[in-house]
Design a protein around this ligand. Structure first.
Ligand code: DQA
Length: 149
């Protein structure tokens, strides 16, 4: 079984209630159920974590180096300025896919910049909760190809 870490960043625990016009009506539990269902079909094992804390996300990414083969991460607001999360992703050298529910490029200018994008394999942006499911498929292919980040 390919083991994958899924990280939901700050405020994503509020999905469904939080700005549903931007982020959709699906709750984080509903999205996580879809992630688990697709992972099972792909014979992947996922551990899903949500944290509002930058340091905790850094710790979780560092720990993934010892057990995971890939990472799916929505760093949420940290995307735009957390050098600490970027450095953690770069340090663990695992293939990673960055997901954003909303199309950040169609929103405020400060959301156009991702400091984490240069250290991940790619981004999936603007497809709501589907993005995480698509990311599983992408990671499976990346890992099967033997590519490191
Ligand atoms: C987000 C986009 C970020 O700009 C924002 O801060 C979030 C969620 C998204 O999934 O669309 O919290 O990462």
């Amino acid at each position: 079984m390919i083991k994958i870490l899924v990280v939901h960043g700050p405020n994503l625990n509020l999905l469904g209630q939080r700005e549903p016009g931007v982020y959709g009506v699906e709750s984080i539990d509903q999205i996580n159920n879809r992630i688990h269902a697709r992972a099972q079909e792909l014979e992947m094992e996922v551990r899903v974590v949500q944290s509002n804390s930058e340091g905790e996300i850094v710790d979780i990414i560092q720990q993934a180096a010892s057990w995971a083969e890939g990472i799916i991460i929505n760093p949420a607001a940290y995307t735009h300025y957390s050098i600490a999360i970027r450095d953690a992703l770069a340090a663990v050298h695992l293939p990673a896919v960055e997901v954003h529910l909303s199309n950040v490029h169609a929103r405020e200018e400060f959301r156009h910049r991702s400091v984490t994008a240069p250290v991940v394999s790619g981004q999936i942006v603007g497809f709501g909760g589907d993005g995480y499911v698509l990311a599983l498929d992408a990671l499976k292919r990346i890992i099967a190809s033997g590519a490191k980040r």
